[in-house]
Write a protein that binds this ligand. Structure first.
Ligand code: SF4
Length: 138
């Protein structure tokens, strides 16, 4: 589980995303990966994002949100799509960490790409990184 500066960073980013996101769904519409999750067939973008925000609050377990988190490959296609200054790539990164059990909750998706990630979290937790450095790395 992330500790110290990383945990603070994730918490602050989560609060900022929850405060700013209007659930318009444009990030979901821009994502090139949604076709690869069966759970997302016919999904309504606003509903999927609502599920992602619930996941970030540890209040949701919806199959569509978990489906999107599962297929996210951090393409960044969502970033320019957001009209409200949110970084959807960060939103999805935190959603994926949450759904993988990386913040202490239950593991709801396979963390196939995250073994190195958690090793690096442990290493980074020992370093004194600025928020900007953590943001670049995330
Ligand atoms: S992150 Fe941005 S684009 Fe995505 S639903 Fe929220 S406001 Fe819309």
């Amino acid at each position: 589980m992330p500790t110290g500066a990383m945990q603070d960073f994730i918490r602050e980013e989560t609060e900022s995303i929850l405060a700013a996101c209007t659930k318009c769904g444009k990030c979901f519409e821009a994502c090139p990966m949604t076709r690869y999750s069966p759970a997302l067939a016919g999904a309504e973008p606003k509903a999927v994002v609502t599920g992602i925000l619930a996941l970030l609050r540890e209040e949701g377990n919806g199959p569509e949100a978990l489906g999107w988190a599962s297929v996210c490959v951090r393409s960044g296609s969502c970033v320019p799509a957001c009209p409200d200054g949110v970084n959807p790539k960060m939103m999805m990164r935190i959603a994926r960490i949450t759904a993988s059990g990386g913040l202490g909750g239950p593991k709801r998706i396979a963390a196939r790409h995250d073994r190195d990630y958690f090793d690096r979290i442990r290493a980074f937790a020992k370093l004194q990184l600025t928020d900007e450095e953590i943001r670049d790395w995330m």
